[in-house]
Design a protein around this ligand. Structure first.
Ligand SMILES: [Zn+2]
Length: 267
């Protein structure tokens, strides 16, 4: 990384545990600070974290670090992957008045849970949209992005039209209401590459060095290789609205959705 100073994390520091990938509902964790970097902006590596570093269209978490010894709080404005580790970007403070945390400090790392849970519901809704559009219209997804409460997906979907908007919305809401479980699995690469549903979602674009593939299954509807956080059952999403679609060319169409309920049924 150009201009980077401070420690490197590859060999001399043990790898931080990344709880967001195994337990999307973990909101906070006690952690020890393994490394602090001050330039160009303050950033911290923890031995265990609940922060999601962003990726796959899902934005990174924000939150706080609270030092257990004295209650000092540092806002975490974002998190990111660097050399395989999750770094926590702190709000830059006045170095004299607001010293950065130190290596060895024990903190409670806590994410902004209402925002994250909204992202989990939004992310899961987008999977249901993908699953419905593939199952009923045979259109493949090519990309997507989300904010808390709204998102978009791009499809190779030549037949998409304004008349289909209501139909797609109703089908997605029926699947959400069906209460389908959402399962996380980690598969050996060879096994994952043998699954047709994963091939369809461009698993072949994964870098060759990856030995295991994390998958998200909406049981009976959708299976994707995916690194994000999702709710455990589609009930928890509530209902969605399709807020628009755009043609990005003859074949490529973009569908926008938003969550239509303030809170999911299971939240
Ligand atoms: Zn996902």
């Amino acid at each position: 990384m150009p201009g980077r100073t401070g420690p490197r994390y590859s060999s001399d520091v043990s790898r931080g545990e990344q709880l967001c990938f195994s337990d999307a509902y973990a909101r906070s964790a006690a952690a020890r600070i393994l490394a602090v970097e001050l330039e160009p902006m303050p950033a911290v590596l923890l031995d265990s974290t609940v922060f999601y570093p962003g990726g796959g269209g899902q934005p990174p978490d924000a939150g706080t670090l609270t030092r257990q010894a004295d209650g000092a709080v540092w806002p975490v404005r974002s998190a990111r992957k660097s050399d395989g580790e999750i770094l926590h970007d702190l709000e830059p403070g006045d170095a004299a008045l607001d010293p950065a945390p130190a290596v060895g400090d024990v903190v409670t790392a806590e994410i902004d849970w209402p925002r994250r849970h909204l992202l989990m519901r939004t992310h899961t809704a987008l999977h249901v949209l993908c699953g419905v559009v593939w199952r009923d219209y045979g259109a493949q997804v090519t990309g997507g992005n989300m904010e808390p409460g709204s998102g978009r997906m791009d499809f190779e979907f030549e037949r998409m039209s304004g008349e289909l908007v209501g139909e797609i919305e109703a089908k997605v809401n029926a699947e959400l209401a069906a209460g389908r479980d959402v399962r996380v699995n980690v598969l050996p690469r060879d096994e994952a590459f043998a699954i047709p549903d994963l091939i369809r979602t461009k698993i072949n674009l994964l870098p060759p060095g990856i030995a295991e593939v994390r998958t998200i299954e909406i049981v009976g509807l959708d299976l994707q290789a995916d690194g994000g956080t999702h709710v455990a059952n589609t009930h928890e999403v509530g209902a969605i609205r399709v807020t628009g679609y755009e043609s990005k060319g003859r074949i490529n169409k973009r569908i926008r959705i938003e969550l239509a309920t303030a809170d999911g049924a299971g939240a």
